[in-house]
Design a protein around this ligand. Structure first.
Ligand code: KIV
Ligand code: ZN
Length: 506
């Protein structure tokens, strides 16, 4: 049995953000990073700063604002990438540069067009450069599992000799089998004696649905860091799911003898926040965080659980923070009740923040009988995002009919100026989006539109997420309202706000 503390390296904001259709702005990235810090991850991989100015800004903001955690930036084994990564994270309390280069022959021949000697040389020089800038350097051998083990060992040994403090062995294309991957890690540790003095890490992709199983095999073989993402987000089929990995180690601790620093009661909230901001819904039967993960449908199971929970549950919903959704407020609840309810959710609100949240809560409570904890969490994060917006939807009117073409008028406020927009076109949503374009003077193209109910019941809060193309770039926006038309209009305005913020609209 292996023993010890496993480092949880979260890559939701880097590999996860590479999933198609996800485009988070810097504020949303900071919001997720703060929640990841509350969750207790050890390392946040905040992004790939050389990839775009938006990514650089997100990483820089996280480095400056999120404390109590290592903030890591990704860089190819290229001088410009490494210097840019360092510029983005230098303000962090605990910065880490993560540099990588491929080691498999197929990548060397077709992608890098480099010889093995050239790759070995680049790995040496670039790790040495990264070490000259930052005390904490991680080196990854991309496509390690399809690499010649001897060559891989030579590259890893060189990276250790140059001063890398973490060595990551990724299964980049999700090809490994658990028993094979465990043996692969053991063999590398035997072939590279220096690996005993650094942290051995793994980064598994889920192409065959084995990312978590492979990560588990690796920690049983002695790896000490697991790279994973919330809700299993990531390139293609995703990365190892953070919540599954953590709850395996937690639930089977007596057999595995391994632990993490994760505060598991924050898992559910983290999963919901990531799903809300990325627009990636969690499948209902997903392990740990799916809507049905703790639901019992059959009579026999319900009967068993009512008599004794452990008859059909190996972990409790409350262990991942799911039981808190019972708090219910209504239109007669006062500001103190709201403050206490928010505190129960771990959110401290005072002064102006409390005033704003209370005003928003009252508007919703006037239209919705019961405001639940889930509603409150959404409401507050929405409030915080809105404060940073340049454009605000002040009012709208849209006509909808079975016979006539819908018409719409909107008023948008921009830095105190009221912008009026109107349209006369296809469907009522199309009409409202065109009226917003008219007010702001852009031509947005709707690329994606999703609606979901935050809680149950006819008066549920509706959450709308849109992806809008403006001047050739995609921007996402999410908003909530009891009225789906209003939520749609606000989500569209938020996407346009994101376009302004990223410099996509002048
Ligand atoms: O999948 C992969 O190999 C990666 C590396 C950059 C670690 O994402
Ligand atoms: Zn990856």
């Amino acid at each position: 049995m292996s023993s010890g503390r496993i480092t949880i390296f979260d890559t939701t904001l880097r590999d996860g953000e590479q999933s198609p259709g996800i485009s988070l702005n810097a504020l949303e990235k900071v919001e997720i990073a703060e929640q990841l810090a509350r969750l207790g991850v050890d390392v946040i991989e905040a992004g790939f700063p050389i990839s775009s100015p938006g990514d650089f800004e997100g990483v820089q903001k996280i480095a400056a604002e999120v404390s109590g955690v290592t903030v890591c930036a990704l860089a190819r084994a290229v001088e410009k990438d490494i210097r840019t990564a360092w510029d983005a994270i230098r303000e962090a309390e605990r910065p880490r540069i993560h540099t990588f280069i491929s080691t498999s022959d197929v990548h060397l021949k077709y992608q890098l067009r480099k010889s093995r000697d050239e790759v070995l040389e680049a790995a040496k020089r670039m790790v040495s450069l990264a070490v000259s800038l930052c005390d904490d350097v991680e080196f990854s051998a991309m496509d390690a599992t399809r690499s010649d083990p001897e060559f891989l060992a030579a590259v890893l040994a060189a990276a250790v000799a140059e001063g890398a403090t973490t060595i990551n062995i990724p299964d980049t294309v999700g090809y490994a089998l658990p028993s094979e991957f465990g043996d692969f890690i053991r063999r590398q540790v035997e072939m590279v004696p220096g690996l005993k003095d650094v942290t051995v890490s793994v980064h598994c992709h889920n192409d065959l649905g084995l990312a978590v199983a492979n990560s588990l095999a690796a920690v049983q073989a002695g790896a000490k860091q697991v790279e994973c993402a919330v809700n299993g987000l990531g390139e293609r089929a995703g990365n190892a799911s953070l919540e599954e990995m953590v709850m395996i180690l937690e639930t089977r601790r007596s057999s595995l003898g391994l632990s993490t620093g994760i505060n598991t009661v924050e898992i559910d909230r983290t999963s919901k926040l990531v799903s809300q901001l990325t627009g990636y819904e969690v499948q209902p039967n997903k392990a740990i965080v799916g809507k049905n993960a703790f639901a019992h449908e059959s009579g026999i199971h319900q009967d068993g659980v009512l008599k004794e929970r452990t008859t059909y549950e190996i972990m409790s919903a409350s262990s991942i923070g799911r039981s808190r959704s019972d708090i219910v407020l209504g239109k007669h609840s006062g500001r103190h009740a709201l403050k206490v309810a928010m505190e129960e959710l771990g959110i401290e609100l005072d002064g102006e923040e409390l005033d704003q949240a209370f005003a928003r809560f009252k508007k919703i409570a006037d239209r919705k009988k019961q405001v639940t904890a889930v509603d409150l969490e959404h409401l507050v994060s929405e409030e915080l995002r809105q404060q940073a917006d340049l454009l605000e939807l002040k009012s709208y009117e849209v006509t909808s009919s079975s016979e006539f073409i819908p018409t719409c008028q909107v008023i948008i406020e921009k830095e105190g100026e009221r912008l009026l927009g109107k349209s006369f076109s296809g469907g009522s949503m199309e009409s409202i989006f065109q009226a917003i374009d008219d007010a702001v003077g852009i031509q947005g193209k709707l690329k994606d539109y999703q609606v979901r109910a935050v809680t149950g019941g006819k008066d549920a809060l509706g959450e709308v997420r849109v992806v809008v193309e403006v001047n050739g770039e995609d921007y996402a926006g999410t908003a909530l309202s009891i009225d789906v038309v209003e939520a749609s209009a606000k989500a569209y305005v938020r996407a346009v706000n994101n376009a302004y913020r990223a410099g996509g609209v002048k």
